[in-house]
Write a protein that binds this ligand. Structure first.
Ligand SMILES: C[S@@+](CC[C@H](N)C(=O)[O-])C[C@H]1O[C@@H](n2cnc3c(N)ncnc32)[C@H](O)[C@@H]1O
Length: 311
């Protein structure tokens, strides 16, 4: 206690199960008070590992082992916990929309990458819920697509397939689709996913955008909000939020109810906004008008606007 004498009047030490307060009186006498506290649930701590998900540690999903999410003992691989949480949360949101569904579900994943999400959706719908599901994952990378197809074959996931495609220009599946999903599809790949959904009468869209560079690279001073464009990191974040707001407005115009929701806690991923869109048929033009005004004023263009409303 020598070191606190004369330095501080009060020190609070917070431990896992108790708080200790050291108080220094006017005469320099130090007293110690201790209070037991509840063990707090932390967002990223070990306690969170026991939260019940749709996919849980210990579940027998061999494909998750091959994908490097689970160890052979069924534990989440160190370093993959954020991805584990993201795919669980995504699955939860998707499953909530389809909870009463008994007929076949057809789903397309734009920018599926290693396809953790695609595999877990398939596993959950087919193996756990016993539904018929057809799922296609698109990605640019042929080696990754090859590995994903080999894995689907290995586990007899007969209606899960992966296709090499540039979603910004290649022809894609043209049959009925119930949902378009995209998890961190880079930059404008997200706009193409949204555009595809809107133009193919897809009733549900679940999209978590990332790398929203397009607006950030063009936007310039133009009005009352210039302060938000002055500092690089603020401009980058504002541009990303503006991009997703523009997307949400345009999808609303196209007849969807759009929820812009927190996907996972910010501490688990900064790419944490999901656009959850459900087709209602209530179309409008007011979103596009607001977007046009903003684009003129702040000197930028946006791919989804160009795709849906013409250049
Ligand atoms: C950040 S990764 C996300 C992968 C996966 N969805 C996930 O969350 O783990 C983005 C993926 O999008 C793919 N991608 C980017 N642009 C694309 C395009 N134009 N067409 C198809 N795939 C694209 C990339 O190859 C990459 O695998």
């Amino acid at each position: 206690m020598q070191s606190i004498e004369g330095e501080y009047r009060q020190i609070l030490v917070v431990l896992r199960d108790r708080e200790v307060t050291y108080l220094t009186s006017a005469k320099g006498k130090v007293s110690r008070l201790e209070r037991r506290t509840e063990t707090k649930q932390t967002a990223v701590g070990t306690n969170d590992r026991h939260k019940r998900y749709l996919l849980n540690e210990g579940d027998d999903v061999p494909a998750m082992v091959d994908l490097g999410i689970f160890t052979h003992e069924g534990k989440v691989v160190a370093g993959m916990y954020n991805k584990f949480r993201q795919i669980n949360r995504f699955l939860e949101i998707l499953n909530d929309v389809f909870k009463d569904r008994t007929e076949k579900i057809t789903l397309v994943d734009f920018g599926c990458g290693k396809s953790y999400l695609t595999f877990i959706i398939y596993h959950y719908l087919v193996n756990i819920r016993g539904l018929e599901a057809e799922i296609i994952g698109y990605d640019l990378k042929s080696d990754v697509v090859r590995e994903c197809n080999a894995l689907a074959e290995k586990y007899g996931y007969t209606s899960l397939r992966f296709v090499v495609a540039d979603v910004t220009r290649d022809p894609l599946y043209d049959g009925h689709i119930d949902a378009v999903v995209s998890l961190h599809a880079c930059d404008i790949a997200t706009d193409y996913a949204l555009h595809f959904a809107v133009t193919h009468d897809v009733p549900y869209i679940f999209s978590v955008p990332c790398c929203q560079h397009e607006v950030n690279s063009q936007i310039g001073f133009g009005g009352d909000m210039d302060i938000l464009l002055r500092y690089g990191i603020v401009k980058e974040r504002v541009s990303a939020l503006l991009t997703d707001s523009v997307r949400a407005l345009l999808i609303e115009d196209a007849g969807y109810k759009v929820d812009v929701m927190e996907f996972v806690d910010m501490s688990h991923s900064p790419k944490n906004i999901m656009l959850r869109c459900v087709y209602t048929g209530k179309t409008s033009h007011s979103g596009a008008e607001q977007v046009e005004t903003l684009m003129r004023k702040y000197h930028f263009r946006q791919t989804l606007y160009d795709l849906l409303c013409g250049k």
